[in-house]
Design a protein around this ligand. Structure first.
Ligand code: ATP
Ligand code: MG
Length: 374
């Protein structure tokens, strides 16, 4: 059991983007105080929090200052230095610990961990240096994907290898400045991608959220929808989430991305934080992924998660935020979220829209297609 932290305890969040913002939006109505650390003045989370420490994520003194002022610490992204994080845990509790982060930061450690648990993953092989690639491709076969072991996001640091010719080509033109190590993965020809959020509450009860089918555009999440998962697939996904939560003695929320082909499910990757595909839980479930995350690290109970209605979320990237703002008067069904980022950039996640119920899902799907390439 986790020690319970009741309001008005102070929650310290490392990272002030939209995930931190939505954590703060869940914490404030419960009476908690929130401090965020982020280098950008008035970052999205800082607009909601009681206080911001403006500092970079490698500013150890500033991180210590955050820890000293907080009763509990959490983070909104994976790229925190593990040693620093560990040392902060000596100042104030970090219920999530660092073990999960250590594994999920490294695609190879992550895949090995999942494999050891007996969970289904794509075939994979370590590629320490490019000279190993040929050998790895004999283990993995084609089509395959080469990925950097650390630091990838939104498809960065990935190379598609449909066949042996592409592999030869890649080797011939390889830029040695791209740092390894790498992992070569079998490309799963999936029917669709799925994700599920999971945590354990203050009494160590595992709680899972309704899973979503996720569609990407240009390697960035475009939509998440709660409908269309076959019951046999759903059952497998929930079982996998339970296994992972128990294995890690999970605290804080974890997003699990999976591939589905027929009735088979493969785990793709783990995100030890709230996940973009879980944003629809704010309106569509009794307890959002953000409140669930907080309840877990604060040692509070979490009831069984229930879905009010089928739901869909659409990401607003770049200029689509402005377009959606101008159409708000036509869409009473939209739950509209603007993260308050100072600058619009192409492909930047600026906000999202969530809708509930089948008619609104159909309409938002059309809207998303119409504005796909903005
Ligand atoms: P994100 O930040 O969006 O989660 P990422 O850079 O961490 O992305 P992955 O999730 O591993 O990387 O890969 C991004 C996308 O590439 C996946 O959602 C999937 O569409 C595709 N992909 C990655 N690995 C595989 C695979 N082994 N088989 C099939 N498709 C894959
Ligand atoms: Mg991913």
């Amino acid at each position: 059991m986790t020690k319970t932290l009741t309001p008005p305890a102070t929650i310290g969040i490392i990272g002030g983007g939209q995930l931190g913002q939505m954590m703060a939006l869940a914490a404030k109505p419960m009476g908690y105080h929130v401090i965020v650390l982020d280098p950008t003045p008035n970052a999205p989370a800082a607009q909601i929090a009681d206080k911001q420490i403006i500092a970079t994520y490698d500013d150890v003194a500033a991180l210590q200052h955050l820890a000293e002022q907080s009763d509990v610490l959490t983070y909104e992204f994976e790229n925190v230095d593990l040693k620093t994080l560990e040392s902060l845990g000596d100042i104030t509790p970090l219920p999530q610990g660092t073990h999960l982060l250590e594994i999920t930061k490294n695609r190879l450690a992550e895949k090995n961990f999942l494999k050891r648990l007996g969970l289904p993953v794509a075939r994979f092989s370590e590629v320490r240096q490019m000279a190993d690639l040929d050998q790895a491709s004999r283990v993995v076969g084609f089509p395959a994907i080469l990925k950097t072991v650390e630091g990838g996001y939104d498809g960065h640091g990935q190379w598609d290898l449909p066949d042996a010719e592409t592999l030869a080509e890649l080797l011939a033109h390889w830029d040695n400045r791209v740092a390894g190590p790498f992992i070569l993965e079998q490309r799963i020809e999936f029917d669709y991608e799925l994700s599920i959020m999971v945590t354990r509450d203050g009494q160590n009860q595992v709680r899972t959220w309704p899973m979503t089918i996720n569609q990407h555009q240009n390697h960035i999440l475009h939509t998440s929808t709660t409908t269309g998962v076959k019951p046999i697939v759903a059952e497998k996904a929930i079982q996998i989430a339970n296994n992972i939560a128990q294995a890690f003695k999970l605290k804080g929320i974890l997003g699990i991305e999976m591939f589905v082909r027929g009735d088979s499910v493969y785990v793709n990757e783990l995100a030890p934080r709230p996940h973009n595909s879980g944003h629809l839980t704010i309106e569509a479930t009794n307890i959002s992924q953000f409140e669930g995350h907080l309840r877990s690290i604060l040692g509070l109970p979490i009831p069984e998660i229930t879905l009010h209605e089928p739901a869909m979320m659409l990401n607003l990237l770049g200029d689509n935020l402005t377009i959606a703002q101008q159409e708000l008067n036509k869409h009473p069904e939209w739950h509209f979220h603007d993260y308050g980022k100072a600058q619009i950039k192409p492909n930047r996640k600026m906000g999202h829209i969530t809708v509930l119920g089948h008619p609104a899902i159909a309409q938002l799907t059309d809207w998303g297609q119409k504005h796909a390439d903005n």
